[in-house]
Design a protein around this ligand. Structure first.
Ligand code: AHG
Ligand code: MN
Ligand code: MN
Length: 331
């Protein structure tokens, strides 16, 4: 079905229509995505009222990442788990904020999917009203591997079948791929629905913008420094918000390259594979872009070994990723 952008199409109706295009569809997706959309509305509501309800600031605890947990990290985590927990086809939930998976149903009890998520991305920006977001990945669990925990989630036969993010910015934007291109929805508060605003979103193949935290440049491997020197000599501009969701959203819409390299204290980079790099890589590739974790290494070809592992990230416009890749290949 060719979606014209002038139809009034909600996320719900769009996913239902997509489901009808998949003969083998069982409604699983719609069921899970409707829970994610509900969680997004609820988290967005909390984010917008954060300073009023005094839920900004740090909790004082550290999460499994060894990072300061913000109050809203925990609130967003609980909201997502309460929305997804009731979906009968979800076997496990993996969250940035929880050391171990939340096991809901075994394979025998119909647990066919895992949902991996970063409940609140960029949370350090929350207190200053800069765009923060939620990132999620839906994985169809392997039927060959019994059990429910880490082994089944990480099994190479478990496949990422959908990915998306919600950006709580000047508007609440929901960007989604189920493997057939990327679609963008915006929350229309007056009707409480995410409405389709752009179907089959494509990332520009080139744009002279790089997005990286240059404060760490002395701790980057030489190849990244060489790339930055080249970019400085070739008229590039720098845009860095510090929330991956906001930086990737800009990169998707305008083009450019987003980079989080290995640094002195994070030799695998800072971003987490399963619920940041993996979903964002699927979105970027589905929009016609490219995502690598090292020279000539497609990020999604890397098999994860632990739930919270980190991975270096270079993703965005194909031409821009190749400029970085050229320097990585020479090193
Ligand atoms: P989170 O808030 O989920 O921990 O993620 C923060 C991440 C990501 O959003 C962003 O790209 C990166 O941290 C920024 O890191 P630096 O502050 O080191 O640049
Ligand atoms: Mn994050
Ligand atoms: Mn987070």
């Amino acid at each position: 079905m060719a979606w014209t952008d002038d139809n009034l199409t909600s996320l719900q109706t769009h996913v239902l229509a997509e489901e009808r295009e998949h003969p083998s569809a069982t409604g699983d997706f719609t069921w899970i995505l409707s829970a994610v959309a509900l969680a997004a509305k609820s988290i967005g509501n909390k984010v917008r009222k954060a300073r009023i309800e005094d839920v900004i600031g740090a909790l004082g605890d550290e999460n499994v990442q060894g990072e300061q947990q913000q109050k809203l990290d925990v609130i967003a985590n609980e909201i997502i788990k309460s929305c997804l927990g009731s979906r009968a086809n979800i076997g496990a939930l993996v969250s940035e904020e929880d050391e171990t998976p939340t096991v809901l149903r075994t394979h025998e009890d119909g647990g066919r999917y895992a949902v991996l998520f970063d409940p609140l991305d960029g949370s350090s920006n929350l207190d200053v009203s800069v765009g923060v977001g939620t990132i999620f990945s839906i994985v169809r669990l392997s039927d060959e591997v019994k059990g429910t925990g880490e082994a089944r989630i990480l099994d190479p036969r478990s496949l990422q079948v959908a990915a998306g993010y919600v950006l709580y910015g000047s508007s609440t934007v929901f960007v989604l791929t189920t493997g057939r291109g990327v679609n963008m929805f915006v929350l229309d508060q007056s009707i409480g629905a995410f409405v389709l605003v752009k179907s089959n979103l494509r990332i520009p193949p080139a744009k002279k913008i790089y997005s990286i935290n240059e404060a760490y440049v002395d701790r980057f491997p030489d190849a990244y420094r060489n790339y930055l020197n080249w970019a400085h000599d070739n008229g590039y501009s720098s845009r860095y918000i510090g929330s991956m969701v906001a930086d990737i959203h800009r990169t998707l819409l305008k083009g450019g390259v987003f980079i989080y390299p290995p640094t002195g204290d994070h030799m695998e980079g800072k971003l987490r594979y399963l619920y940041e790099a993996m979903p964002m890589s699927m979105l970027i590739e589905q929009a016609g872009g490219r995502s690598i974790s090292a020279a000539d290494t497609r990020l999604l070809d890397v098999d994860p070994t632990t739930l919270h592992q980190r991975i270096p990230v270079v993703m965005g416009s194909t031409d821009e990723v190749e400029h970085v890749n050229r320097f990585l290949s020479e090193s």
